[in-house]
Write a protein that binds this ligand. Structure first.
Ligand SMILES: Nc1ncnc2c1ncn2[C@@H]1O[C@H](COP(=O)(O)OP(=O)(O)OP(=O)(O)O)[C@@H](O)[C@H]1O
Ligand SMILES: [Mg+2]
Length: 216
């Protein structure tokens, strides 16, 4: 069973076609980068695979479930369980502590597990900062909280769009390595969209070319 599969994916904005028949599969635990220059469609692809943008054509599966035909509400519920998202901006909630932010997916689902949230914060090296609000954390620390939050629901796949794009090189590497290691420990596949080829140079990669993915 694939963790994620897209078949014949087509997407166009009114004035431009971005993907024309893109195929992609991720196996459980697989780590892949998607490379491409600015404007090539990396963010668009992540949003399509996350079900945030509707496909213009083609099919998408998360695990065994075909999601391309689902309605908004079913899609949102399934996404919460199966897909972890990490973006360049952390999207943490300002009024909540680091620990509470990690717990948000559990609270929405009605079964918060504080022990799991604590364990994840420990794994990203932030036990001592768990009571702080985002404003009191550094950029790298905020992204590590975002990584812990993405992993909290035990998603099958983590989609990351320039997750370290706002960090200096040393912090970028640290956050990326944590994300990879923890995703693998949790059995999640990872797709990293980035223009930073150095960051992804030790993982298998695709490049976006003419609306499709090409092995690098
Ligand atoms: N909402 C939109 N409406 C119309 N065109 C868009 C929209 N969002 C993005 N585009 C166009 O789609 C193309 C792909 O954009 P996308 O943001 O996916 O690229 P990217 O590879 O993520 O770039 P970057 O590295 O700068 O983040 C670009 O040509 C962009 O101008
Ligand atoms: Mg982008």
């Amino acid at each position: 069973m694939n963790a994620l599969r897209a078949e014949g994916l087509v997407f166009r904005y009114p004035e431009i076609e971005i993907f024309r028949g893109l195929d992609l599969t991720l196996e459980p635990g697989e780590v892949r980068a998607v490379l491409g220059p600015s404007g090539s469609g990396k963010t668009t692809l992540v949003h399509l695979l996350a079900g945030i943008l509707p496909l213009s054509g083609g099919k998408l599966w998360w695990g065994e479930v075909e999601v391309s035909g689902l309605g908004e509400e079913a899609l949102a519920r399934l996404r919460r369980d199966r897909v972890g998202l990490v973006f360049q901006h952390h999207y943490l909630l300002d009024e909540l502590t680091a620990l509470e932010n990690v717990l948000v997916p559990g609270m929405i689902a009605g079964r918060p597990d504080a022990d799991r949230a604590r364990l994840l914060l420990e794994q990203v090296g932030l036990s001592a900062r768990s009571g702080q609000r985002p404003e009191a954390l550094s950029g790298g620390e905020r992204q590590r909280v975002a990584v812990a939050r993405a992993l909290y629901p035990r998603p099958r796949v983590i989609l990351a769009d320039e997750p370290t794009g706002a960090l200096d090189r040393a912090n970028a590497r640290k956050v990326w390595e944590l994300l990879r290691a923890l995703a693998q420990e949790n059995g999640a596949a990872v797709l990293l969209a980035t223009h930073d080829e150095a960051l992804a140079n030790d993982v298998a990669a695709w490049r976006i070319e003419e609306g499709r993915l090409v092995e690098v």
